[in-house]
Design a protein around this ligand. Structure first.
Ligand SMILES: NC(=O)c1ccc[n+]([C@@H]2O[C@H](COP(=O)([O-])OP(=O)(O)OC[C@H]3O[C@@H](n4cnc5c(N)ncnc54)[C@H](OP(=O)(O)O)[C@@H]3O)[C@@H](O)[C@H]2O)c1
Length: 315
């Protein structure tokens, strides 16, 4: 019985591997628009796809980021400046993309831009802290998608949304996880709506990778603690802060430096004839966060409580 099962499993993975290796044709004629290309995954993906010969339209947040990327890539890659949280900026980028792609449409839209700061216990934060993150990670992503959707539909293309493994299970307070849960929800409805038009939507769920987003979250926790009211400081205590900071430091230290694990998933979602709905990248995502997200809530709570510091005035 176990042997049959093993053979069946083996066949399933072999077939899946073979199916997923098929790539779409004429990749060199296809346009892919990527947000957040100054650094991290977006920057690496832009260079990776440029090397493969795709027509990359890279949106950077800063002029310096745009100039640096342009310098390091081929003439085929074009750059523009985009702040996804500003509809005016999204409008301008949409017109820019329209002018370039013309009647071909846009094959790929990679919604990658994001911020992580501030990450902290919810009680230390204000509504503005949540708004800031959600505006970029979720509302910005939605705005860019709604603007570019007609062009993606015209090409029967792909939308690749970067969520996170903490968009499946929440491990810290702040707006980051809610924004990524929102990306998951938005992508699920979008996928179902766009299937009749031949457009495929994929979600990328990375674990912790060594990018500036994690470093900034860690560096800024101190300023968040500094502005917390004295009442709240007394409730949590300095020891709580030290332990919380240490956990963030540990995450930062153990963050995966192999960004290609994520960009390869993005590339697959754009170039395979059979893209996956969800891609988890990194061992922590595959073996900790995603399995944890399927566990009964009380079990997940127990496991996460083991890492959580204890507030000074805990009962
Ligand atoms: N690194 C991880 O562990 C991890 C894990 C799961 C998911 N993710 C997600 O992966 C995506 C890329 O992050 P990353 O890890 O590559 O970090 P990153 O290096 O900080 O990249 C984020 C990019 O977004 C840009 N950006 C920030 N605010 C923007 C705005 N308002 N409009 C347009 N662009 C903006 C940043 O520009 P500047 O560099 O100029 O600020 C940067 O280019 C994010 O959506 C993030 O949430 C990351």
């Amino acid at each position: 019985m176990w042997l049959y099962l093993a053979v069946l499993m083996g066949l399933y993975f072999l077939l899946r591997w073979y199916r997923e290796r098929q790539t779409v044709e004429n990749l060199r004629d296809k346009y892919v628009f990527i947000t957040g290309c100054d650094s991290g995954f977006g920057n690496k993906l832009a260079k990776q796809l440029d090397t493969q010969g795709l027509r990359v339209l890279a949106a950077c947040f800063t002029q310096e980021g745009a100039e640096e990327l342009e310098r390091l890539t081929s003439d085929r890659l074009k750059v523009t400046i985009l702040d996804v949280s500003s509809t005016e900026s999204v409008n301008a980028a949409t017109e820019w993309v329209k002018r370039i792609v013309g009647s071909k449409g846009l094959w790929g839209l990679v919604n990658n831009a994001g911020i992580g700061f501030p990450v902290a216990p919810n009680e230390w934060l204000t509504k503005d802290d949540f708004t800031k993150v959600i505006n970029v990670n979720l509302l910005g992503l939605i705005d860019v998608t709604l603007h570019l959707l007609p062009l993606v539909r015209a090409a029967r293309g792909r939308v690749v949304n970067v969520a996170s493994s903490v968009g499946r299970v929440t491990v810290t307070g702040g707006g980051y996880s809610p924004s990524k849960y929102g990306v998951e929800a938005f992508s699920d409805s979008l996928r179902r709506e766009l299937l009749p038009f031949g457009v495929r939507v994929s979600i990328i769920e990375p674990g912790a990778f060594a990018n500036s987003i994690i470093l900034t979250a860690m560096e800024n926790i101190k300023s968040t603690w500094d502005r917390v009211s004295s009442d709240v400081k007394e409730i949590y205590g300095q020891q709580y802060f030290n332990s919380y900071f240490k956990v963030l430091q540990d995450v930062n230290k153990s963050a995966n430096p192999n960004l290609y694990l994520v960009t390869d998933c993005m590339e697959h979602a754009l170039t395979s004839r059979y893209p996956r709905t969800r891609y988890s990248a990194g061992w922590d995502a595959k073996f900790f966060y995603i399995p944890l997200s399927y566990m009964p809530t009380f079990l997940a709570d127990c496991m996460l409580a083991r890492f959580a510091p204890k507030p000074a005035l805990a009962v």
